[in-house]
Design a protein around this ligand. Structure first.
Ligand code: ASP
Ligand code: MG
Length: 424
């Protein structure tokens, strides 16, 4: 059994969706579970709907949702998938699910409504693709992953309940393969025990695919992207990128942690735990080798460059010049864990702690408030975090040329530098 994941960019237009059958036909003797994301930028558009709804701007929410609806209807029609009655009913069901909700007054948290609205993107894309594949003779079964992925109710960052999900995969998914070669479902979403929709965090479809691979004991996971493979830097910021043919799990988990937009950071663990290789391949040129990620430490890697924009440096200094020490650090970590904040860089001094985090205003406000009980708090905005793994001194110096360094940490493999506004 193989698991395939098609991301938003690989299903963002009629022509790209039309290239799926030729890819799948190369594997027609195999059993494949396919995970798809929402089409293109649908998730961003649905986020806007959720925001308008929560700001009680019903007409804006309906207008924005109307556009998303129209786009999906048009794509389904162009693909010839809309002629199917069941397909039409299914789409109408998804649309109504959201429209009913939009007519309510928000009484729960924003994150709750976000998940109820945003999950529709994956449901729509998977339903359209499933029917389209049927019309091209690729029979498949469509599954609503909310009946399979059990999660807690931490909306927008839900955690998988592994016990329930494992038994559902055994009982509900594995038997499907007795009657079909292809099961097609959604990434990124799940549901609570009370049947409320949840999402696993932005770009979470990679993680969903890895969970399926783990629980199905798949022989491999292939993530189909619109690029030739994993690169050593983002080509939007650095023109001379290098494609990397082979990587170890160890490298990729670090790259994802530092913010490389390769794959979702949680993807590696479920694969590593069962030693399942991950292929990153280009759906536009499926014959290219792509990148193989597996349990091998690769020692001769090119410098890997990651830029994280929009960083904030928080300076916490003790109020009476007493040492921050283990007590202050422990209390800070407590606050971070309660607020689910992961620092990107942390520096301790005698009477000061500095931490660099992503600029998420409500989290920063809460953190500043909680920390102000213990420390004087000073916040520095608009910074860029540059991380280079396997750095070469010359290259590194070229990268930071002309920028002022706010904070810097070196280890034998990695250098991290916080800079004032580094433009890509
Ligand atoms: N559609 C979701 C997002 O854009 C999940 C994903 O693409 O992986 O974040
Ligand atoms: Mg995506």
């Amino acid at each position: 059994m193989k698991v395939f994941k098609f991301g938003g960019a690989s299903v963002d237009s009629v022509s790209r969706i039309r290239s799926l059958p030729s890819i799948l036909n190369n594997y027609n003797s195999e059993k494949i579970l396919i995970v798809v994301s929402a089409m293109g930028k649908t998730t961003n558009a649905l986020e806007k709907v959720a925001e308008a709804f929560y700001n009680r701007d019903l007409s804006k929410a309906l207008e924005l949702f109307g556009k998303i609806k129209q786009q999906h209807i048009e794509i389904a029609e162009s693909l010839g998938a809309a002629d199917n009655n069941l397909m039409q009913l299914r789409m109408i069901d998804f649309f109504t699910e959201v429209e009913w909700l939009l007519h309510d007054k928000p009484a729960k948290t924003f994150n709750y409504y976000y998940d109820q609205i945003v999950c529709i993107g994956e449901l729509l894309s998977s339903a359209i693709i499933s029917y389209f594949l049927q019309t091209t003779g690729i029979s498949n079964l469509w599954v609503d992953v909310r009946d399979v992925f059990a999660t807690d109710d931490q909306f927008r960052a839900a955690n998988i309940n592994w016990e329930i999900t494992t038994s559902r995969i055994k009982e509900q998914i594995i038997p499907l393969f007795e009657n079909t070669k292809i099961v097609l479902t959604q990434g990124f979403i799940g549901a609570t025990e009370a049947n409320e929709s949840t999402t696993l965090g932005r770009e979470g479809s990679d993680y969903s695919a890895a969970i399926f691979a783990n629980l199905l004991d798949a022989e491999s996971l292939t993530i189909w992207k619109d690029v030739k493979g994993v690169m050593n830097a983002d080509p939007k910021s650095f023109p001379d990128v290098i494609y990397i043919r082979e990587l170890g799990y160890d490298e990729v988990i670090e790259m994802a942690f530092y913010g490389a937009q390769v794959i979702h950071p949680k993807t590696i663990k479920p694969l590593q735990n069962k030693n399942i290789p991950l292929q990153v391949k280009c759906f536009l040129e499926p014959d290219l080798p792509g990148t193989l990620i597996h349990a091998k430490h690769i020692s001769s890697l090119p410098p890997i460059i990651v830029l994280k924009q929009n960083q904030v440096l928080i300076h916490l200094s003790s109020k009476d010049f007493s040492f921050v020490g283990e007590e202050g650090t422990a209390r800070l970590y407590n606050i971070l864990s309660q607020l689910h904040i992961q620092p990107n860089l942390l520096q301790t001094g005698a009477v000061i702690l500095q931490l660099c985090i992503d600029n998420i205003p409500d989290k920063i406000e809460k953190l500043a408030h909680a920390a102000s009980q213990l420390f004087n708090v000073h916040i520095e905005n608009g910074l860029t975090l540059l991380t280079v793994r396997h750095y070469q001194k010359d290259l590194f110096e070229k990268l930071i040329q002309g920028r002022s360094i706010v904070l810097q940490q070196w280890s034998s493999e990695t250098v991290q530098t916080l800079l004032t506004a580094l433009q890509p």
